[in-house]
Ligand binder design. Structure first.
Ligand code: FES
Length: 117
């Protein structure tokens, strides 16, 4: 049974907006598209960058560092230089609150020098 964490109120996010939250020391991006909420690990799978700081259009978010695009619904990498998907988290809404259950998969953080942290 996944553990859900309350992270926000539904009305904190405008349609087409993405914000970062910290859940158990992990950066989680929460976004709203067409009335649906999606959450994913807020770290690019190419190198270290917060995806929530990138351009967000439709169901796609673009990494601010080298421009890889990801589908926020599946986490799938849609363009190079990223090839690995970003882990997506389970979202539920109850009584106007947004809850997230973390995906046990994590992005292996690669620093800009190429080492792993
Ligand atoms: S760090 Fe995201 S595309 Fe390079």
């Amino acid at each position: 049974m996944p553990e859900f964490h309350k992270i926000a109120r539904v009305d904190e996010l405008a349609p087409g907006e993405v914000k970062q939250y910290q859940v158990e020391d992990r950066p989680v991006a929460l976004c709203s598209v067409d009335g649906e909420l999606y959450a994913f690990e807020d770290i690019c799978t190419h190198q270290f960058a917060y995806l929530s700081e990138g351009e967000f259009k439709g169901h796609q978010i673009k990494c601010p560092l080298h421009g890889a695009k990801f589908d926020v619904r599946s986490g799938k990498a849609l363009s190079l230089p990223a090839v690995k998907p970003v882990p997506v988290h389970t979202v539920k809404v109850e009584d106007g609150n947004v809850y997230v259950a973390l995906n046990p998969k994590r992005v292996k953080v690669v620093s800009r020098r190429g080492g792993r942290r």
